[in-house]
Unconditional design. Structure first.
Length: 339
């Protein structure tokens, strides 16, 4: 098995060249099909590591929202790939087409991507049924948002919870208030507390609430979010989603729309995490770091700025599955938190 895994690690850069000949949407669809075939044949243990056999990680590692949007990548496959937790979504109550494909652009030289997908998805009923089919004990986070064309945000959120709250292993809801293609601060400024209250009312008692925030927030917007969660049941903040700012150093061809991820978001994401961490030190809120984490050094940097969990997506596309094993190690130096 180790020989096979080493072969995959060493040859991924070669096969990546062929994957990147496809547009990103089709490449991800083919990866999803591959995962389902592997799961159906029970081949995960030959291709990847069982989570119990991997090195101990000082943080929980999960995929970021968008990687397993409709829950179609089997949970057992995700577990053997090296994840401690699976994020499903962004889940909306109703099916929504989003923006026409192709709606993702890779920037290979800088290991960055831009997407303007617009929250497409098959709807919560499809996703709930899919999750009920799997046999795995890995914990599940539902990243959710109102369906973009909904006329009643609160009912839409409630509907997502009605269909998912009793599914085994779903122990967390991550409210997405940060999609650069759909959300603006003024869209949720007046209703964030109401959305949180719906989650508090509809979820099971043991289920947690997190918020996924943007790296592009202004100082007053950070304060609005923290004030909104100060007396709520929110347990943590995910820092961050992709950025609407396209630095020419990373996004070297003008796209003019969408959210940039990978290298293009790392510094902004880290700075926003530091901002929240400095303001949250007297609270019990937890931090999930997300955005451009592609090395042990960056993982350590995020840990030393308050992160107890991380999420990855874009770096996995460019580095391959060996990235997960590189991030899981028995030895992590303790650094002084930066300011």
């Amino acid at each position: 098995m180790q020989i096979i895994r080493n072969f995959i690690d060493e040859t991924y850069p070669f096969f990546k060249q062929f994957l990147f000949l496809m547009n990103a949407n089709n490449a991800h669809k083919n990866f999803t099909r591959f995962s389902r075939i592997v799961d159906r044949l029970g081949l995960e243990k030959f291709l990847f590591d069982n989570i119990d056999n991997l090195y101990f990680s000082p943080v929980v590692i999960s995929n970021a929202a968008g990687f397993n949007k409709n829950g179609e990548i089997p949970l057992r496959f995700m577990e053997y790939l090296g994840f401690d937790r699976v994020v499903v979504g962004t889940v909306c109550a109703k099916p929504f087409y989003g923006n026409p494909e192709p709606n993702i652009k890779r920037f290979r030289k800088t290991e960055s991507m831009v997407n303007w997908m617009g929250l497409p998805g098959k709807g919560v009923e499809f996703i709930a049924q899919k999750l009920k089919e799997y046999k795995s004990e890995i914990p599940i986070t539902i990243n959710l948002a109102p369906t973009p064309d909904t006329k009643n945000v609160l009912d839409d959120i409630a509907r997502t919870l009605w269909h998912t709250r009793n599914i085994l292993n779903i122990d967390r809801y991550e409210l997405n208030i940060s999609c650069p293609n759909t959300n603006k601060i003024e869209d949720f400024k007046f209703s964030l507390k109401d959305q949180i209250e719906v989650l508090e009312y509809e979820k099971m008692k043991s289920q947690e609430i997190y918020l996924k925030i943007s790296p592009d927030l202004e100082e007053n917007e950070v304060d609005i979010i923290l004030e909104s969660v100060s007396e709520s049941q929110v347990k943590g903040i995910t820092c961050t989603n992709s950025t609407k700012f396209h630095d020419e150093k990373y996004i070297y061809r003008n796209i003019g729309k969408g959210g940039a991820s990978g290298e293009a978001v790392y510094e902004k994401s880290l700075q926003m995490q530091k901002n929240f961490y400095n303001k949250m030190k007297k609270s019990e809120l937890k931090i999930v770091a997300c955005g451009g984490i592609n090395s042990r050094e960056r993982l350590i940097e995020r840990i030393n700025n308050g992160a107890s969990e991380i999420q990855i997506f874009t770096p996995l596309i460019f580095k391959g599955p060996k990235l997960l094993r590189e991030l899981r190690t028995t030895s992590y130096p303790v650094l002084q938190a930066s300011s």
